[in-house]
Design a binder for this molecule. Structure first.
Ligand code: ZN
Length: 298
């Protein structure tokens, strides 16, 4: 299977209804109209919130056309939000995957807090992840494995267990917050994981994906230490100031005085429409953010 993405590092906007339910479809459409290469949808969102609106989801898929879709499994919600615990099974994910036809499925992940103090239940974890692997192999998709462990040795152990599936593994995903409490420790761990993937497992085409990292300055540093793929959700409700790469709320869109094509258009629009700023926040703020990431990683 060829790599559907040809340039790395890459930022993948993650679209989740948890942050933006009311504007979900507007948000998705802005992303689809932009020139980003790839984005991530949640299978659980589609299954739970849009089960009676599947035509809208079909339109999204059609419009996505050549963009790369990462389909998030909903594993995190299953283990961390009691409401979903009993309702979300691997077969549900597979059935959404068959409808959406994503290029990459992001696999079920380990429960985070319960395992924090090394009280690992390896069997539970492997049961879920390997069952999913089997399911994904049946629908012939590449998948990503998210490992929620806080223990670097355990991460290596888990990775070794996936050796037999290596032709299907597209990326290894690690949540940024699991890598350590300081930036220095996180960088050290990333280097170790990246070396292990390349040198011990010989997975030269398997990517390293850092989950939940959309801070531009940190992304630049992490990318020097082996990270290929980043995703995050802040871009959905905050704007990035290009001068200091800090996040601010939407009301600062004029104040940051950005001259990207969206901000220039926004300024013109506000002038013509008697300063009715709020009405236009969403569209321009989101496009400003996507343009910002594209200017770094494009
Ligand atoms: Zn801008």
């Amino acid at each position: 299977m060829n790599d559907p993405i040809d340039k790395f590092p890459i930022f993948i906007p993650s679209i989740t209804s948890i942050k933006n339910y009311h504007n979900y479809f507007e948000l998705v459409n802005i992303v689809l109209d932009s020139n980003i290469t790839a984005f991530m949808l949640s299978a659980l969102d589609i299954a739970c919130y849009f089960k009676n609106e599947f035509e809208r989801v079909e339109k999204i898929i059609k419009k996505a056309n050549e963009k790369i879709i990462f389909l998030d499994s909903g594993g995190f919600e299953k283990y961390n939000i009691p409401y979903y615990r009993k309702q979300w099974e691997i077969q549900d994910l597979i059935s959404i995957a068959e409808k959406i036809n994503p290029q990459i499925i992001v696999a079920f992940d380990i429960i985070s807090n319960r395992y924090k103090n090394n009280h690992f239940k390896d069997l539970d974890f492997f049961k879920n992840t390997l069952e999913l692997a089997e399911g994904i192999i049946n629908v012939k998709k590449k998948f990503e494995v998210i490992i929620h462990s806080f223990n670097i040795e355990k991460i290596f152990l888990y990775l070794q267990k996936f050796k037999e599936y290596d032709e299907f593994i597209y990326a290894i995903g690690i949540p940024e917050r699991n890598l350590g409490e300081s930036f220095r420790i996180r960088v050290v761990h990333l280097k170790q994981i990246s070396n292990f993937i390349k040198n011990s497992l010989n997975w030269h085409s398997v990517h390293l994906h850092l989950f939940g990292c959309s801070d531009p300055s940190n992304m630049i540093e992490y990318s020097k230490n082996g990270v290929d793929i980043f995703d995050g959700v802040h871009w959905q409700d905050l704007i990035i100031n290009p001068l200091n790469r800090c996040f601010l709320d939407y009301s600062n869109l004029l104040k940051i005085n950005c001259n990207c094509r969206y901000c220039l258009e926004y300024k013109k629009l506000i002038k013509e429409n008697h300063n009715n700023e709020e009405k236009y926040y969403n569209f321009y703020a989101i496009n400003h953010n996507l343009e910002f990431y594209r200017n770094i990683w494009g």
